[in-house]
Ligand binder design. Structure first.
Ligand SMILES: C[S@@+](CC[C@H](N)C(=O)[O-])C[C@H]1O[C@@H](n2cnc3c(N)ncnc32)[C@H](O)[C@@H]1O
Length: 282
């Protein structure tokens, strides 16, 4: 996995998205497709200075940058035919309404809604000539597996997923299995207990003490969690890019894993080749 460090990672995340959107629309510009960009965690027009990232873990983020909605709007060679921006926060949503006023000729839908409730309805509306890129860019563990699975089933969507490694790793103690409430949360993210619970093994020390209930442990760090989530994506998408990008904070702790998955069986090979090239080189 390629890795990005420190405050540059939000910039890199958006640069990777930008390059993919450009390449995707150019690759499909002579095809009879209606191209849609769906930003499920759109944020505001710019990344806010005091965003939820501005904590001890994410503290290096203080800059104001153009966000993903503006980047998608500015794709030039073949602009998207339609853009859908979903944002749960009313204030950020208001800045998207203003942005839309600056682009009166574009087909822009803005929804002040939860991404997990907006996406299934969107997937149902897709017609045979529709093709979409969905960007799942949450702060934490908001993306439910059931939502990801619905995207994959459309066979019309390419998906960038920012998987919250640090948040998930903290929910999975290394010396014992997670308590009930966290286990239920992990079930929702992975779409089933077996997908995360198999990272735990019997502790050899406990076995030697002949404990009737050997305690469980998992390897330290989050590498295996990222691998497991990629494997999970491979169970539902046509292809998943072999390369992903680990974004780390200035203390070198993994924050997020950026993954790419394509659902259209005919287009997935090319889509993954483009995404993999970008993930490897930028
Ligand atoms: C990491 S920021 C998005 C940044 C944006 N994609 C960009 O590149 O500029 C995540 C956004 O998701 C919003 N959000 C959080 N939970 C959400 C949910 N369940 N559904 C939709 N939006 C949500 C937050 O308010 C926040 O603006």
């Amino acid at each position: 996995m390629a890795a990005s460090f420190g405050g540059e990672w939000t910039h890199q995340k958006l640069e990777i998205l930008n390059r993919y959107l450009d390449a995707y629309t150019t690759a499909l510009k002579d095809r009879p497709f209606h191209l849609i960009y769906f930003d499920a965690f759109a944020g505001g027009v710019s990344n806010p200075v005091d965003s939820a990232y501005a904590s001890e873990d994410y503290g290096e983020l203080r800059e104001l940058r153009a966000g993903s909605p503006l980047i998608a709007l500015k794709v030039k060679d073949k602009p998207f035919d339609k853009l859908v921006f979903v944002e749960k926060d009313a204030t950020r949503c208001a800045s998207l309404w203003l942005l839309r006023e600056s682009y009166p000729d574009r087909d822009i839908e803005i929804r002040n809604e939860d991404a997990n409730s907006a996406l299934p309805g969107f997937c149902e509306t897709l017609g045979s000539n529709d093709r979409a890129v969905v960007f799942l860019d949450p702060f934490a563990t908001q993306v439910s597996w059931s939502t990801v699975e619905i995207l994959a089933r459309t066979q019309k969507i390419d998906c960038w997923i920012l998987f919250p490694l640090m948040a998930i790793s903290r929910m999975m103690p290394t010396g014992r299995e997670p308590p009930h409430a966290l286990a239920a949360h992990l079930d929702r993210v992975f779409g089933g207990r077996e997908y995360w619970e198999s990272l735990y093994n019997d502790s050899p020390q406990q076995l030697s003490l002949l404990s009737p209930e050997p305690s469980q442990q998992r390897p330290r760090g989050s590498d295996q969690i990222a691998v497991r989530y990629r494997e999970r994506l491979e169970t539902v998408f046509a292809r998943v890019a072999p390369t992903s990008r680990t974004f780390r904070n200035s203390r070198n702790s993994p924050l997020f894993e950026l993954l790419f998955a394509a659902s259209n069986p005919a287009g997935a090979r090319v889509a993954v080749r483009i995404a993999d090239y970008i993930l490897t080189n930028w």
